[in-house]
Each structure stands twice: as C-alpha cells, then as structure tokens.
Design a protein. Structure first.
Lengths: 909, 233
C-alpha cells in the first residue's frame, strides 16, 4: 500500500515546506548529534573518529571545544586536528575555560566540533547555553558535530529524574534536538558501560565510584538506554513521515491534534507542561499552554505569579504557543480558547484537595469535563510528594481598616435612624433599615466589612430594638431568620459587587490596552516620516513600560547608529525628558546582533541576558528596520508575557509602518525615475523635431543659393531665401538658449546673483531686445509710479520677462495687442503679461508650466514649450509664484509675484 | 577711399567663425589678420599694431581675460570681445578690464559693424581731441562746456550727479559702460558695488530726458552688464 502512485501529486503546501526547508538547510550549517544514553558510552570518541575521517577526506575540520575528562584514548584522537584555543573568562580568582564562539565564527571552518551540547556557559559568554552558540554557528553556515545524552532532552527531563532520582539542570530544547540533520546513537550495553567505568575509562578514577553509586546503577542505565533508543526512533519516524509527505505516499493521516494544557500557580504545572509536550509530540500535533488569571489569582503573592510566568516560558521554550487569559471562570475561558483553537485534548492537573470541598463546590476539573463536549480531557494527578502551592491569604490592604470603620459608621447611622423611628415603625421595618446599611456596605465597601456590618446589625438590633430590650436574649425565634437573611444578603451582595468591580477592572485594563494599540496604529498610519514614526513608537513604548527607550536605526550599510547621534540629529532631548539613553559601545554590539539575527537579545532573553536592556528588532515583512532598546526600571516587567506581547505588537506595527514609509519612498524614487525617463524621451523627440525643421529650411535655402540655376536666381528670390536662412538660424539659437537654461535649472536651484533691480527698466530693456520678435504690435506698458527696487538676478529676471513676452507673441496672432503691467502690493511685486489671443487651452492651466507642454498640440509653433517652465523655475528660485489664467474679454494672462524684501521668504512647495 | 583701410587682428579659435568674419570684414573694407590662439594673437598685435582687436573670450591656450590684461599693458586701442552665452560673468569682467565693447554669439554682421564703427570713432576722437563737447541726440542737446542740457530747446534741470551720469554715458556714446565703471566714475571707487544708486538715478534721468521713460530711446539698459547711450545711427 505504500507503493508510490503516479497520479497522486504531493500536497503543494507540504512540497513548498520541503523546498523551503531544503533551501534553508542549504544555507544553514548541518548539525550532527552523537547521542548517548549516559556519559561514558563513547560519544566524544565517536565524534572525533568521524571528524578525523572527514579531515582525511579534505574537509576543513576544526575542534571548537572537547571535554577530555582525562581520557587518554580520546586525547590521542585530537592529534593532528586544528583546535581553537578556549576563551579564558576571569571569574573571581580563577580563570574559566569556555568555548570561544567569536573565534569560531571568525575562523569559519566547514565543520566544527563542539562537545556537550547541553553545557551551561559561564557568565560573561554571549549566550547562557552552549546549544545557543551552536544555533548561531549553524546560522552562520558552519556544520557542527556535537554530543549529548538522553537526560538532556528537555521533555524527557522529568522521566529521567523519576528514573534516576537526579534532576538534571542542563537541558537542550527538543526543537534543537529535532532540528538536527542527523542523530547518531552511540549505544553501549549497560554491562559494558559498567565495565568501562570499573576500568576507569569513563571518569577519573577517584570520581568514578561516587558517580557509579549515584547514577550508574544498572537499572538506571537500562532505562536510560531504552529512552535514548526511543528518542532516536521517534526521530527516525519523523524523518520517515517527512519523506512520505514529500513523495506522496498515501498512508493514514491523522487529523492535526491540538493539545491544550492549563497552567496554574502550583508546582504541578511544570510537570503538566512537560507531559503535554510529550503527548503533543507523540500525536505529532501542536500544543498550547494557557493561564487564566482570575481575580482570585491576581491576589497571589509575587512568588506564585513569577512561577506561573516561568512555567509559561518553559512551555514556550518547549514549543508551545502560550495564552494569558483573564476572566472570572477558569473553565469557561479555557473551553472558549479550546474551541477557538480547535483543541482536541485538554490536559488538567488534579490538585489534592479535601473531598468535602469537591462536594461543596465542583472543582475546576469537573467544570471542564462538564463543558468539554467532544474534547478529550486528560486529568493528571500530582506526583506524590510534589509540593502544592500553599493557600495564599489576601495581602493586607492599607484601605482595609478604613473599610471596617466605614462599615461600623454605617451600622451606627442605621442605629441612630432606628432610634429616631423606633416609636413610629414596627421592629420588622427597623430590621429593613439595618438591612439597607448592610447592603450599602456590601455593595460599596466589600465582603469582610459587610459581614461585620451584618453581625453588628443583628446584635444591635437584638440588643436595642427587640424585646426584651438591652439584652441579647431573643424572645422570639423568628429573629434568627432575620439574622440569617441579613448575613446571606450581605454575602451575596458583596460577592456580586466585587465580581462586578473585578470585571470592570479587567475590562478597563483590556480597553486601555486596545486603546493604546489603536492610538498607536492610527498615529503610525498618518505619518510619512521615518523619524516621526520612531518618535511615536518611542512615546507609546514609554507609555506602556516604565523605563528608558531608544530606537536604533541602521545606516545604509546595515550598521546601527548610536542613538545619541540619532537624538542630536532627529530630535533634541529636552533636559527634563530622558526618553533615550546612551547605549554603550558594548551594548550597541548586542543591538547589532539583534538586528542581524532578527531576534531579541539582552535582558530577559536567551542571548546576553546580563545586559540591563532588552533589544527588540523592528521586524517588518521584508526586512528588519531597526532595533528598539528598552531599559525597564523594573526588569520583572518584561517577564509578563502579556506585556511582552504588547511590546511585540507595538514594535511590529511600527516596523511595518516604517517599512511602508520606506517602500513609499522607494516607489516615489522609482516613479521619479520613470518620470525623468519619460521627460528625456519627450525631450529627445522634441529636439529632433524642433531642430530638424529649421535645419531643413537652412540646408534647403543654402543649397538653392549655391546651385547653378539655369537663369541664375533673381534678386527678390535670393533675398527671400537669405531671409529664411536667417530666421531659421535665429530660431535654432532660441532653442539652444532654452535648452541651456533648462540644464541650468535642472540641477537644483541656480546660483542667484542678486542685486537691487528696477522692474520698469528691465521691462523697457526686454521690449527693446525683443523688438524684432514681437513685430508691429500695440504694446501697452503700465508701470505703477514709484515702484520699489526688488532683489533679484538681473539676467534671470530679464530672461523671465523675455520668455513670457515671447510666449505671448508666439501664441497670439500677429498684430494683436499685448500688455505688460507691474505694481507693488504689500511685500510683493506683481507683474503681469496679458494678451488678446485665443486664451489658455482647456484643462489645468498650471500644466502649461510643465516641461515639454504646448498649449495646443496642433499648433505649428515650435519651441519645446520650455519657455514657461524656465519662467516658473526662475520665479520659484526667487521665492515667488507664477500663474496663468484666462482674461475677461478673451486672451490669457501670465502673472507672477516676487518678494520685495531681500530676506528670502520660504518657498511654497 | 584714400584713407588706409583699418587693420584688425581677429583672435578666434573656431575656424568657421574665423572664415565668416574674415570674409565679412574684408567685404566691408577692413584689413584682417587672423590668429587661432592667444599666443599667436598677442604676437600678431605686437607686430601689426592694428587699429582694433576682436577677441574671442573662450580661447584654448590662455583665457580671454588674461589676453586683455596683457594687451592693456601696452596696447591702448579698442578691444572688442566676443562671448558665448554661458560666459556672462566673463563679459562684464572683460569690460571692467578695459575691453571697449562686447558681442554675444551668435550675432549679425550689422551689429558687429556698428560696434566697430563706434569703437573706431572713439579712437579717432581720442586721437584728435573731441570737438566742442557738444552732444546731440534727437532733440536732446548736451552742452558739456556750459554744463547744460536741453530737450526740444527747453532746459532740463538735472542734479549734479544726474548730469555726471548722463555725461559719462553720452561722452562714450554707443559704448557699453559697466555698472562698476559708471559707479567709479560718478560716485567714486568706494561705491562700485552700489548698483541700486544707478537704478534710482537712471530712472530719474530717463523721466527727465526720455519721451517714453518706460521704453527709452537713448539711455539703454544692457541686461546684466550696464548701460549704453544709444548711437544716433
């Protein structure tokens, strides 16, 4: 049945995953683990032997770190292999030897040997654990050989502890073990191992006996061997499944299983998490760990809450998704989550509790089972002897005493009212007044005070208002009922009120979070500048976490910039507002690491946890946009998963916003390029057309004049030909002049040679200059009296006037009148050139100022249409504005304003 | 024509322009010696002692301005400079260094001939001494000896500075004078940068002597360079 069916195509998603995995594997280094049931089976020996073989084949093999434990035969294998010197870390008086990660990365061999994957690094190393060093080596593309024992597999930690009675602190996450490209089981039968031990081949002799007694019992070794074999077999199974999926081999395919484990504040939870991991793994499913924070749990002491956080972190490190829920009913919240996430199995612990309590109130387990429907529920009992979290009393609140005083005051008030109304009302109704007081206290003050109020009320009522007066003796048993009603009412009301208050508090809390995130995303959405986005993120993070914040942005080479530099450039920190902190050079390295590896580093993370700040990369969809540095005033803040999720969400939103802005800039640059490309093409075609026309005339006229016409060329024709030669040459001259000006303005703002100018003088000079071009026209010049001088570049302003006049003459019939007028108003000089021609073409008048625009495409007039765009460039360079509009009564008006003061006004761009 | 034809040294590197200028000038009765480089030009001027030098500012071996500076050390006759449009600053610098007039390429031959005549007339005037100090332009008469200006027979009242400015331009009639040259002559060397004086005084002067001050007939503005008193031609 496992035959490959030719028509069965592999699932595309699975295939894609395989391709991605293979692509990743190609870039990553390969990890081979020499896996053993216990120390002494010969892992290091096997690893070195394999390495020697590789070296003999010409592979670049380097020994990163090998623990020798004084074993001579192992030591002999090291000979001839290149070894990295260990890093020496000063620790108090001694020097600790440690694997030198940086040296290994710098050396970058093809294959590196790093012994003891589970080793815990000495303080001062980059990562707390050696397996993290190895992951970094693999990421850098270095193949790694390493060794580990079965007891170091995180999820088997409990089992090993149960078998051997020794709890191993040094563990390796299952994900690392599973991600290994190859696992070679180094198997040695227990008897042989014990024999080796006796021969002193395992540890140095004087240590061997202790080790033997504590750990190397034959029973232990058999169990461990079994575990190791099973773990290896599981891996083989996984590899087989991957193979089957990729080669479309049909087989039973279980629906994806999802396991949910409920985490509580007790010690049982950690075991639960490990068990859930094993179950999920066995089912090849995913798993989730959830913690429901009820108002009751909120009042737990810090130690218990920390334990919950630790447990969740453990679950995360074992590959679980974690959820931190809050609500009143644990069972309901859990079941909601389970249904949302399609959970197939729920694991809950069964805490030890007295049977009577189960009778009185159904336990969590019962509640979950009752509501579970088709979800399987696995109830796990606690390990005998495992410490169960002590019941925790409410911490005393400072307002407690005043609450009781309030309750006392209310009862006394009720008593006073009753005393006044004693004669008027019956004793039953007096009880109602007391009840009112009790209800008020229950609703407003709390449970304890309301119970006090109830007791006091009954006592006082009985003492003062129930015959026999001034005695607690109760003549009538019905008052017992009054008492119990009051007590019940006080308890029920206070509970309801407290629940309401808690719900409101939870809702408020959530709402605040949501508001915060909404505000952030809407602010981010409206911003176009990277610096402003960073500022927004900075502000919101400071709002969410009490501490110092800095955002480090990379330069174009991907090196992060000192935020101090960034601050002085981007924003000026005001003295009272310490919103950034100088990141010391060393820490800048951590930030760079976080940026390069796109993983958080520093405080509270796996990497360089000794730093006093956490560095979170701004991961966007395509790349990393920078790093957020956060130095919380209270480091514990970062352990709350919810808080970290909030931070992550904020950072991600900001990263995506920054990426959006950068993409927009890139898109704009691209479109500018397209635009300038379009312009270049338009210009080339315009040039070739506009140059070719006059050139045709010139060449034609010149050849005619030179030709030997039979009868000769008469004088009249000769003059006509010469005239057109001249006209066309002048036309070419104007075209080249315009192109020259254009090139001058295309390279940014032209250098202005400013002096004080008189517009009337320039108008006069320009008109005289253009006398030939303008032809016989009625030109009215309207210059206001006492026009002030204005600052400008004389040549350019002359050019501006000439371009506008030429434009007017070019687009109006010969002989139509022109007007040129100037006056000063406020601080502006207004100049207008008006004609009585056909007016502006329909559409956006300001498009006329764009390059290579002609008013009417069908017009025979040539000239690139550059004149107006040059005019606009000149006006803008002087800090002015130019506009075109149609005149009343026909014709067009081109009007510009220039500032009169020397100080340049801001341009309106 | 019994007078010897005026000699011109043309220093210009472009052969096409040289060809056209030599042809045009010889047609109009000038004797032209051409030089394609500054070094050759300087040698030729020293050897021929021409009446006038036409100098292109954009020479490959030595800057045109440097040629003027060297020529002016020993050569007092008119220098007419030819400049391209991109060299507007050079044009003014050339005039300030002592060139007599300029033409921007491309130009018509009529323009060139007019400038040549003006320059040669001034050369002649300088050599023979000006007759009478009386300048007429249309109905405008400037009597330098009497320090009197009349327009259509009636007196025009000018302030001393206005009169100085008018006389500076009119006595060099047809020639362009740069802002610096005018400012130095009228206001003194300390005020060569104060172009706004010129603007104000020119406006006042035009209002007094021009028929239509907005489109002046006599006091012409050379944009970016200076002023010129129109030649009667």
């Amino acid at each position: 049945m496992a035959a490959e069916r030719p028509d069965a195509r592999p699932d595309p998603d699975a295939l894609l995953a395989r391709v991605e995995r293979e692509a990743r594997a190609a870039a990553r280094g390969r990890l081979k683990i020499f896996f053993g049931a216990s120390a002494g089976v010969g892992k290091s020996y096997a690893m070195l032997e394999a390495a020697r073989k590789m070296a003999a084949q010409g592979v670049d093999v380097v020994v990163g770190y090998v623990e020798l434990h004084g074993r001579p035969d192992t030591e002999s294998l090291l000979e001839g292999l290149e070894a990295l010197p260990p890093r020496r870390l000063p620790h108090r008086d001694i020097e600790l030897l440690e694997f030198d990660l940086d040296a290994a990365l710098a050396r970058h061999p093809a294959l590196l040997l790093v012994d003891e994957l589970a080793h815990t690094n000495h303080p001062g190393a980059r990562h707390p654990k050696r397996w993290q060093d190895v992951v970094e080596l693999l990421d850098a593309g270095i193949d790694v050989f390493t060794t580990m024992n079965v007891q170091h597999v995180e999820s088997l930690n409990d089992v090993v502890a149960q078998i051997t009675g020794v709890r191993i602190r040094e563990t390796v996450p299952d994900s690392v073990f599973e991600a290994a490209d190859e696992v070679e089981l180094i198997d040695l039968p227990p008897d042989d191992l014990i024999a080796r031990l006796h021969e002193g081949k395992v540890y140095v002799p004087d240590k061997a006996r202790d080790a033997l007694r504590a750990f190397f019992r034959k029973g232990n070794l058999i169990a461990l061997r079994q575990l190791a074999l099973r773990a290896t077999a599981d891996r083989v199974d996984a590899a087989l499944r991957a193979y089957r999926a990729s080669h479309a081999i049909a087989g039973t395919w279980a629906a994806a299983e999802r396991v949910l484990v409920c985490v509580g504040p007790d010690a049982l939870s950690e075991q639960l998490v490990r068990r859930a991991r094993r179950l999920a793994h066995a089912l090849h499913g995913e798993w989730l760990a959830a913690y429901v924070e009820t108002p009751h749990l909120q009042r737990l002491p810090q130690a218990a809450r920390d334990r919950v956080l630790r447990t969740l972190k453990l679950a995360e490190s074992l590959g679980a998704q974690t959820a931190n829920l809050s609500g009143d009913h644990v069972a309901e919240e859990l079941l909601d989550l389970a249904r949302q996430r399609n959970v197939s199995k729920i694991i809950v612990g069964k805490p030890a509790r007295a049977r009577w309590r189960d009778r009185l109130r159904p336990s969590l387990v019962d509640a979950i089972i009752r509501g579970s429907g088709d979800i399987d529920v696995l109830v796990v009992t606690s390990e005998p002897g495992a410490p169960v979290a002590p019941t925790v009393r409410l911490p005393k609140r400072s307002s407690r005493r005043s609450a009781y005083l309030k309750s006392l005051a209310m009862v006394l008030l009720a008593t006073a009212v009753c005393a006044v109304l004693f004669r008027v009302l019956g004793s039953t109704n007096l009880a109602m007044i007391y009840l009112l007081a009790v209800v008020w206290v229950a609703a407003r003050v709390g449970r304890g005070p309301s119970v006090l109020a109830a007791v006091l009320s009954v006592a006082l009522f009985d003492f003062l208002f129930v015959p026999p007066y001034f005695s607690f003796a109760v003549s009538d048993t019905q008052y017992l009922l009054t008492f119990s009603v009051m007590l019940t009412v006080s308890l029920v009301v206070s509970d309801l009120a407290a629940q309401g208050r808690r719900r409101a508090a939870v809702a408020r809390h959530r709402e605040r979070r949501m508001r915060e995130l909404n505000a952030l995303s809407s602010e981010l959405a409206g911003e176009r500048l990277r610096e402003r986005l960073v500022e927004i993120l900075d502000r919101h993070v400071r709002g969410a976490v009490d501490g110092d914040v800095a955002v480090l942005l990379p330069d174009e080479h991907g090196r992060l910039q000192d935020p101090g530099l960034f601050c002085t450039r981007g924003r000026t920190p005001t003295p009272g507002q310490q919103n950034w902190f100088p990141v010391p050079g060393n820490d800048l390295g951590i930030a760079q690491w976080a940026y390069d590896h796109r993983r958080s580093a520093g405080l509270g993370t796996d990497t360089l946890a000794s730093a006093d700040a956490v560095y979170i990369p701004l991961k966007a969809l395509q790349r990393c946009m920078g790093v957020l540095a956060l130095r919380p005033r209270e480091p514990r803040q970062l352990q709350v998963p919810e808080q970290m999720h909030l931070l992550d969400t904020m950072v991600n939103q900001a990263a995506i916003a920054i990426e959006r802005v950068e993409l927009a800039i890139a898109a704009r640059n691209a479109s500018v390029e397209v635009e300038s490309e379009r312009l270049r093409n338009a210009m080339l075609s315009a040039i070739s057309h506009d140059f070719r026309t006059p050139l045709a005339t010139i060449i034609g006229a010149a050849t005619t004049l030179l030709s030997n016409a039979p009868g000769g060329i008469d004088e009249a024709h000769r003059r006509t030909l010469l005239g057109s030669l001249l006209d066309e040459a002048e036309r070419l001259h104007r075209l080249t002049g315009n192109l020259l000006d254009l090139s001058r303005f295309d390279h940014g703002k032209p250098q202005l040679n400013k002096e004080w100018l008189a517009i009337d003088e320039l108008v006069g000079a320009t008109l005289a200059h253009l006398a030939g071009t303008l032809g016989p026209r009625d030109i009215r010049v309207e210059m206001a009296a006492d026009l002030p001088l204005f600052p400008g570049d004389e040549t350019l302003i002359g050019q501006l006037l000439a371009n506008l006049l030429e434009n007017a003459s070019k687009h109006t019939p010969a002989g139509t009148p022109l007007e040129i007028a100037a006056h000063a108003e406020d601080d502006w000089l207004h100049v207008a050139v008006r004609d009585r021609g056909p007016g502006l073409p329909a559409g956006d008048a300001n498009r006329l100022f764009e390059k290579f625009q002609r008013g009417r495409p069908e017009e025979a007039q040539s000239g690139f249409g550059l004149g107006l765009s040059i005019a606009q460039a000149i006006v803008q360079a002087h800090g002015g504005r130019i506009e075109a509009r149609n005149r009343d009564g026909g014709g067009a008006e081109f009007a510009f304003v220039l500032p009169l003061k020397r100080a340049e006004r801001p341009t309106h761009e | 024509m019994n007078e010897p034809s005026p000699g011109i040294v043309l220093i210009e590197d472009d052969p096409q322009i040289r060809r056209f200028l030599v042809a045009a000038l010889e047609v109009h009765g000038y004797q032209v010696h051409e030089a394609p480089t500054a070094a050759e030009g300087l040698r030729l001027v020293a050897a021929r002692q021409p009446d006038l030098v036409i100098l292109d500012l954009g020479l490959p071996d030595l800057g045109g301005l440097e040629v003027i500076r060297r020529l002016r050390e020993w050569y007092a006759r008119p220098i007419l400079v030819l400049s391209a449009r991109t060299r507007e600053q050079d044009k003014v610098a050339a005039l300030d260094l002592g060139a007599d007039d300029y033409l921007t390429k491309p130009f018509g031959i009529d323009e060139l001939l007019a400038r040549l005549r003006v320059a040669l007339r001034h050369l002649a005037g300088r050599q023979t001494g000006d007759a009478g100090g009386r300048i007429e332009a249309g109905n405008l008469v400037i009597d330098a000896a009497a320090r009197r200006v009349t327009k259509g027979g009636t007196d025009v009242h000018l302030t001393p500075r206005e009169y100085q400015l008018l006389l500076a331009l009119a006595s060099q009639r047809g020639r362009v004078l740069t802002h610096r040259q005018l400012l130095r002559e009228v206001w003194g060397p300390a005020h060569v940068e104060s172009t706004h004086y010129l603007r104000i005084y020119m406006r006042a002067l035009r209002a007094k002597i021009e028929e239509d001050p907005a489109r002046p007939r006599w006091l012409l503005t050379e944009i970016g360079v200076g002023y010129r008193f129109a030649d009667p031609e």
